[in-house]
Design a protein around this ligand. Structure first.
Ligand code: SF4
Ligand code: SF4
Length: 169
């Protein structure tokens, strides 16, 4: 798991800030990808906020208690490029503890500061409720997911290209 200690976390943020200070022209393509990504995530947020209000609040076994997830490179790159709220530390220090941002009423992070996988995951209960309450909604959500994935890759590629590097395959 990346950046699990305080020192590693802060070093990573400094590295992102330093890389992004390379100049607005060089980073313009990466920022445009981040803008388009924010738009797609905003669409999902509109759907998921209502959905979470009806499903997660009374959930007997919240998935966040078990999910082995963390902020990855693309998550952090998006947060920096799009000036989203930067969480003060990685979601967990090790694979045994639960996410440190799970509060009494669900996730305490803004949607655009969460790992993408937290938005991507739609549990069976949510899927059922969504299909019942929003006819055709699952089709729309399913169309957005690959767009988000592709924009994340494009954003990373543009960022690395601006630095003269190549994205890992
Ligand atoms: S996403 Fe599903 S499993 Fe997770 S907390 Fe909400 S209702 Fe529960
Ligand atoms: S960041 Fe939020 S949604 Fe993701 S695991 Fe933590 S509490 Fe759950």
């Amino acid at each position: 798991m990346p950046w699990s200690t305080e020192a590693l976390w802060h070093a990573a943020q400094d590295a992102f800030r330093c890389s992004l200070s390379q100049g607005p022209v060089r980073m313009a393509a990466a920022r445009r990808s981040a803008d388009r990504l924010a738009h797609q995530l905003g669409l999902l947020d509109d759907w998921f906020e209502d959905l979470a209000a009806t499903t997660c609040k009374g959930c007997p076994d919240p998935c966040c208690n078990h999910a082995k997830v963390w902020l990855d490179f693309q998550d952090l790159l998006f947060i920096h490029l799009h000036h989203e709220t930067l969480p003060p530390y990685q979601l967990r220090r090790n694979l045994h503890e639960r996410c440190r941002f799970l509060g009494l009423h669900g996730c305490t992070l803004p949607r655009l500061s969460r790992p993408w996988i937290c938005t991507w995951y739609i549990c069976p209960t949510q899927r059922q409720v969504f299909e019942r309450d929003v006819p055709g909604g699952m089709v729309q959500i399913t169309a957005v997911l690959p767009r988000v994935k592709s924009l994340r890759q494009e954003m990373e590629r543009c960022f690395l290209t601006a630095l003269g590097l190549t994205a890992a395959v």
